[in-house]
Design a protein around this ligand. Structure first.
Ligand SMILES: [Zn+2]
Length: 247
């Protein structure tokens, strides 16, 4: 059984001049943390979300691994808001859903859910350049991703090229019922998706808080080291694209 007290310890151990963490709330007795990496609160912001589905632990590990990297150069250009584990109950019990058996990724309208309240507290009045949400897929044999964007340059294939160096890519022409190209799911009809699945975190945050929403999916069948490396590589590639392309 995954040990959330280890996540708590790692968050509390974060110790750099430009790192702070706060308790955004709690779910089923477990704290939900928001971490901020920032040198200058006027700089553009990136958000990184992990552990929305409790049985997808590589995203949690990747958020914490990212916090331990050397950010000094990145923090001259960007700030980061990170929630390493939005669904601690699911993480501890290795379940997709929370303790009320709700898939919080598709329950953004349920404002009474503590996980959604914690997320809303963090994103309140914030505008992000990119939000990246780290997920895993039990059925896929390779890495793939979604990129929702509003009139901004696509960086999906740039990210995939980098991830391909550390993890196989899902090259199927159709992923999750939608056509895909080299691991990038083609543009989705968000209104249709919202009608089918409800107002999810990806759609709600994309509408109101960011110009780009990226969802990454690592194949759960691969070993954890590879999956964490794939997620961290995707985050790094996204940041480097922001800096080099001046997005
Ligand atoms: Zn997921």
């Amino acid at each position: 059984m995954p040990d959330y007290s280890c996540v708590i310890r790692r968050v509390h151990a974060l110790n750099s001049l430009h790192t702070k963490f706060e308790r955004l709330g709690s779910a089923a007795g477990w704290p939900i943390y928001g971490i901020t990496l920032s040198k200058n609160d006027m700089l553009p912001k990136i958000m990184i979300l992990g552990g929305i589905h409790g049985d997808e632990p590589a995203g949690v590990e990747a958020c914490l691994a990212f916090c331990d990297l050397n950010h000094q150069n990145w923090l001259n250009t960007l700030q980061f808001h990170i929630i390493p584990c939005l669904n601690p109950y699911g993480y501890v019990h290795n379940t997709r859903n929370n303790d009320q058996d709700i898939d919080i990724n598709w329950a953004f309208s349920s404002k009474n859910l503590p996980e959604i309240q914690a997320l809303c507290k963090f994103v309140n009045n914030q505008e992000y350049k990119t939000i990246i949400s780290l997920h895993e897929d039990w059925e896929s044999h390779g890495y793939y991703m979604y990129e929702y964007r509003k009139d901004v340059t696509t960086i999906g294939q740039n990210i995939l090229k980098r991830v391909a160096e550390v993890c196989p890519i899902n090259l199927e022409r159709e992923i999750d019922g939608v056509s895909a190209t080299n691991g990038l799911v083609d543009e989705l009809d968000l209104e249709k998706r919202a009608k089918i699945r409800g107002l999810g975190i990806p759609i709600a945050l994309f509408q109101d808080h960011t110009t780009r929403f990226v969802t990454t999916e690592t194949p759960t069948s691969l070993n954890m080291t590879c999956r964490i490396e794939a997620q961290v590589t995707a985050i790094q590639a996204m940041i480097e694209n922001h800096i080099s392309l001046k997005l």
